[in-house]
Design a protein around this ligand. Structure first.
Ligand SMILES: Cc1ncc(COP(=O)(O)O)c(C=O)c1O
Length: 477
């Protein structure tokens, strides 16, 4: 601890500011670490709490720390390399998607035994919910006996549909349990929604960059994708969407505006409201991919865009994959005015979803464990994001730019122009590290020198070493 001088020209708060800055610069305090509480530091240094607070506020002003409500002050990764601007998209035209062969290689890499999985977005693994879910499943099996191995109703287990409807009520909107259709993960919900509103050859507007699974789906349904500029900070750019609507015959929009993958951007609620009004004025349906909405770091839960809908043209996709258990394969769809068509498609395509998983999730939600788990998971993800950003700042070339996600589990990196993400992917895999090349996130393959890295894992020395290796590979290009 420093000795505080009361004689010199420096104010006491400035001495504290310098001390904490020094601890950050020397690496004793790392990005994502919590600063000592105001009271503890004031006791240790024999100074007042308001003086320590003044120092922390000054550090916040300098961008070195950030305050989090009801939690404290945390060290921030250096923001000098923040990715701020959207990739310009002036000449975007509807285009067929051709990403399948690259996705095959990426998935093959992700599932290699022992690989460092920066390539898979699996936030729940940063703080696995397995123990709580296993306990819930045991309780369910003891109660349900034979019933738990039977078929679930095609639309889903009524008790789970009611739990999901109840969560929407807590957000301030009315959803009837009968409207909720349980699906095999968010991916099936996306496919049902797309099949219900569009057909082969139709133009689907997507954010750019956008989740590769949505592009692969568009590819397999023979539809065309049209990229809409999306800002790493503010999300979807409505001005770009307006001009795209004027120029192209858009059949449907598929946006993850509550939290985009891979940018981690969150479109503000006012813009999302405007978005729904704009689309409904043109009778264009919106498929809202909301699988990450519960994972905003600041704990705010955006209202689903469907709450703003007046014509029933919004279809909302949800999932438990990102929050608790990707292997359970349980998601849902609120189909809006396309209910009939979606129900028929669901029954024809997959009959129903696993009953035991649905009953377990019902139990997990009803007992309050889901909410406790999410409250514990968010800060872990946020800390991992800061740590990873900090290490990228240390090991990657200076021109590297990094997103500052508002939630979720991935960072989006713009590497120096000469780096080819596809080539880097192969080199990294030789070192037993999986990454996602940026080209997967756009039908026009515009993100050649970008990659996506996941921080949804329990932090470890191996992750730190992996980032150093990756930085060396990038520098070698
Ligand atoms: C944006 C987005 N939507 C949907 C999905 C599909 O989720 P699920 O695993 O529930 O099928 C993912 C999974 O990565 C995703 O990132």
């Amino acid at each position: 601890m420093p000795t505080i001088s009361r004689q010199g020209t420096d104010f006491i708060y400035q001495q504290v500011t310098r001390f904490i800055s020094g601890q950050i610069s020397s690496g004793v305090l790392q990005p994502g670490d919590r600063l000592p509480s105001l009271r503890r530091l004031s006791d240790r240094l024999s100074i007042s709490v308001p003086t320590v607070r003044q120092a922390y506020v000054e550090l916040e002003r300098q961008g070195r720390v950030e305050s989090r409500p009801q939690s404290g002050f945390y060290v921030r990764a250096r923001a000098r390399n923040a990715l701020m601007k959207p990739a310009p998209c002036r000449d975007c035209k509807p285009a067929p998607v051709r990403c399948r062969s690259l996705i095959d290689r990426v998935y093959e890499g992700i599932h290699r035994p022992g690989v460092l999985p920066f390539g898979i977005a699996n936030p729940s693994m940063a703080k696995p919910a397995a123990k709580g879910l296993n306990r819930a499943m045991k309780r369910v099996m003891a109660r349900a006996e034979e019933r738990s191995i039977g078929y679930a109703p095609s639309d889903g287990e009524p008790s789970l549909r009611r739990q999901i409807a109840y969560r929407y009520l807590e957000l301030g909107g009315a959803v009837e349990p009968e409207e909720v259709i349980i699906t095999n993960g968010g991916q099936e919900a996306l496919s049902l929604a797309l099949m219900a509103v569009a057909r082969e050859g139709d133009v689907i507007a997507v954010e750019t960059p956008t989740y590769h699974g949505a592009l692969e789906l568009i590819e397999s349904l023979g539809m065309l994708a049209l990229e809409i500029e999306t800002c790493p900070e503010e999300g979807l750019m409505l001005s770009s969407l307006r001009s795209a609507i004027d120029r192209h015959d858009i059949k449907v929009c598929l946006f993850a505006s509550a939290l985009n993958n891979p940018l981690g951007s969150a479109t503000p609620d006012e813009h999302r409201q405007e978005l729904v009004a704009l689309l409904e004025a043109h009778d264009i349906p919106l498929i809202e991919d909301d699988v990450y909405g519960d994972l905003r770091f600041d704990g705010t839960r955006p209202s689903p865009a469907r709450f703003y809908s007046e014509k029933g043209l919004v279809l909302t996709v949800g999932s438990f994959s990102k929050t608790v258990a990707p292997g359970y394969r349980v998601g849902w769809l609120l189909p809006g005015r396309y209910e009939e068509r979606v129900r028929t498609l669901k029954r024809a395509l997959s009959c129903s979803c696993g009953l035991l998983q649905q009953m377990t999730l019902t139990e997990y939600l009803a007992s309050g464990e889901y909410d406790r788990h999410i409250r514990a998971l968010r800060p872990v993800l946020e800390q991992n994001a800061e740590r990873m950003t900090g290490l990228i700042g240390r090991h990657f070339p200076g021109e590297t730019k990094v997103s500052r996600p508002k939630g979720g589990s991935v960072l989006w990196l713009e590497l120096p122009r000469k780096v080819d993400g596809g080539h880097l992917f192969g080199q990294a895999l030789d070192e037993n590290i999986s990454i996602c090349p940026g080209m997967l996130y756009s039908p026009s393959r515009r993100y050649r020198n970008f990659i996506r890295l996941s921080f949804g894992h329990p932090w470890s020395d191996r992750i730190e070493a992996g980032l150093e290796t990756l930085g060396q590979l990038v520098s070698g290009h």
